[in-house]
Design a binder for this molecule. Structure first.
Ligand SMILES: C[S@@+](CC[C@H](N)C(=O)[O-])C[C@H]1O[C@@H](n2cnc3c(N)ncnc32)[C@H](O)[C@@H]1O
Length: 592
């Protein structure tokens, strides 16, 4: 055993060279094969060298093969000639390639019968015929060309200087044919488009429901775009015999066929959007919105939740700058509705747009708040978390089974300030009142969430919409009645739907303005499209601009409507108290 080096000796004596053992061993020796060919190779391992050698061999073989294939294509019948040019090994390789040859163009690769003798194949004399024994350098007979290959004959002069193989000439001929076919098809396409640049109305003067749209979807979309184009510059681009209505009818019918909507809903949508936007909206309905979740701040923080989910293989990101609790899930290796975090109530799976009504409601701690149409409880649980489990939150739903889902979610997310009721919201104030705030997330036609429920496209008609807005008006009036106008912190009502139809939104708010002492206030939401103050000749309250509309094609959110009202008096200030069938004028401007 040697003496252990003292710590103060370390680094004092520099290493002078190889130790005793290394000196004894001498220089290593390698077999010749393994010796590197150049300096660059010196650093390679033996495996790397082997690989390099293999690679070289492969490259060589590939090069040879491709060379052989080129030659083979040109001179498939020149085997003998090829054999004289190549070594024995190469000939065998050639043979193998021939056998494995599967070119679809094999037929045209066959030299013309009368050219076979070019390669001096005496065995094939019978097939070649008597006139074709001139030899390799002979000119190509232009008669062999098809009539449509005139341009190839231009090459003939060139041929005399650089004689081409028959097969090369054949190939030029085919290339020329292909070029011409391409030219023709391009011309045909242009003519097609020219034909369709003028909108093709179905035969007959009127577009009826029975008119059959083009079966080809591309043609159909082309016509849709053309009609929109005409409508956008009607006086210049229209056919003189056609009216604007003709074009609109055609457009509606084509859009119905292309996107599979019923006529009723499509008419509503065409009214609602500028022509330039309608296709964007319809296209957005064909695409699912991103999966989003809301952090339950009663139990966790967004950052921690994100980390836990990432650890489980969830590809997740903060949703957007307008929310501090939303997360967007791009993909997940685990079912997002069954993670331990989900089961322990750390988050709610919830569309991003449904955060918005709660943000507008702006619940305060210790308030009395009513969620009138609560099931399954996405917004209820958000309200509860903003209240920090203080005050009283009443979550109501008329549907018993759905009300049970609220109970489950309230438990899972750890709300302790919530009472779940199962009452008809239209009469709720007969049971309870005096709330500081109330959310009416009303049942609706679902025209904002078509991407989630494609059935909406064909299942809704005028009666459904009427049923919806009648119930919505009753619910909103009753919600107003349940709120205390003298609340020191609130006195607010938020009305929301996942519909984009005016009848279910601005018209309902207008109805409330007409029948209750309320005014529209700002939602506090920093983005969204303003509500309509007038629509198709109907005027709504000017403050309707404080309402917010959300669209899938503009905001990548479900279609949504949010309005916020402030109750001004607890006196029953109804004009007629009942349900009016239509709202046609502003009657609430005195509340400005
Ligand atoms: C749009 S959903 C509510 C979604 C809920 N706010 C959420 O965020 O999870 C509408 C709800 O209204 C309920 N509803 C329908 N008519 C009602 C009524 N007359 N009174 C109370 N709730 C009603 C439905 O059962 C349905 O659960």
């Amino acid at each position: 055993m040697g003496r252990r080096k003292q710590s103060d000796e370390i680094g004092k004596h520099p290493v002078r060279g190889p130790g005793r053992k290394a000196k004894k061993q001498g220089e290593p020796t390698f077999s010749k094969d393994l010796l590197p060919k150049d300096n660059a190779d010196k650093k390679s391992s033996s495996r790397a060298k082997k690989r390099a050698r293999k690679r070289l061999q492969k490259e060589k073989i590939l090069e040879e093969k491709s060379q052989q294939q080129k030659e083979k294509k040109q001179k498939q019948k020149e085997k003998k000639l090829v054999e004289t040019r190549h070594s024995d090994g190469e000939s065998i390789q050639d043979e193998e390639d021939m056998n494995g040859y599967t070119d679809e163009n094999q037929q045209w690769l066959q030299p013309k019968k009368n050219l076979k003798n070019l390669f001096g194949d005496d065995d094939n004399q019978d097939e070649q015929g008597p006139n074709n024994n001139e030899g390799y350098n002979d000119e190509f007979d232009p008669e062999d060309m098809d009539d449509d290959n005139d341009s190839v004959s231009d090459d003939d002069d060139d041929d005399k200087e650089h004689p081409k193989l028959a097969i090369e000439k054949q190939s030029t001929k085919i290339r020329e044919k292909q070029r011409k076919t391409k030219e023709l098809s391009e011309q045909e396409l242009l003519t097609n488009i020219e034909q369709h640049e003028k909108v093709q109305f179905p035969s007959g003067q009127e577009v009826t429901k029975d008119s059959v749209p083009p079966a080809d979807l591309q043609l159909l979309m082309h016509r849709i775009r053309e009609v929109i184009n005409v409508l956008n510059d009607f006086s210049k681009k229209r056919e003189q015999t056609r009216t604007r209505k003709d074009y609109l009818d055609l457009l509606r019918q084509d859009l119905c066929s292309y996107y599979s909507y019923n006529d009723f809903l499509m008419s509503k949508l065409i009214e609602l959007f500028p022509l330039a936007e309608i296709i964007d909206f319809l296209e957005a309905n064909e695409v699912q919105r991103p999966v989003t979740i809301r952090t339950n701040t009663l139990k966790t923080r967004r950052r921690d939740l994100m980390q836990s989910l990432i650890n489980r293989g969830v590809n997740v990101d903060p949703l957007d700058k307008w929310t501090k609790i939303g997360l967007v899930i791009y993909s997940s290796q685990v079912p997002i509705g069954a993670t331990p975090e989900y089961l322990s109530g750390h988050y709610m799976i919830q569309g991003a747009s449904s955060f918005l009504p709660v943000m507008a409601l702006a619940p305060q701690a210790s308030e009395r708040i009513l969620d009138m149409c609560a099931a399954p409880g996405g917004k209820t649980t958000y309200i509860g978390s903003l209240m920090h489990n203080s005050g009283i939150l009443v979550a109501n739903d008329a549907n018993k089974d759905r009300a049970r889902a609220v109970i489950a979610n309230v438990h899972r997310l750890g709300l302790t300030n919530t009472i779940v009721t199962n009452l008809d919201g239209r009469h709720f104030s007969e049971h309870m009142g005096g709330f500081d705030r109330c959310l009416v997330d009303a049942p609706c036609s679902g025209t904002g969430v078509i991407s989630k429920d494609q059935a909406v496209k064909t299942s809704k008609d005028a009666k459904d919409i009427q049923r919806c807005f009648t119930s919505q008006r009753q619910l909103l009036l009753n919600a107003i009645d349940a709120v205390n106008a003298n609340s020191t912190t609130g006195g607010y009502i938020v009305y929301s739907t996942c519909s984009i139809l005016i009848e279910e939104n601005e018209a309902v708010i207008q109805y409330a303005l007409n029948n209750r002492p309320v005014k529209i206030v700002e939602t506090g939401l920093e983005f969204g499209v303003e509500g309509f103050s007038s629509f198709k000749g109907t005027k709504y309250h000017p403050l309707m601009k404080h309402c917010r509309r959300y669209y899938p094609h503009l905001h990548n959110l479900d279609g949504f409507f949010v309005a916020k009202l402030k109750k001004l008096s607890n006196k029953a200030a109804t004009k007629n108290g009942g349900i009016v069938s239509d709202v046609t004028q502003v009657e609430n401007s005195k509340l400005d």
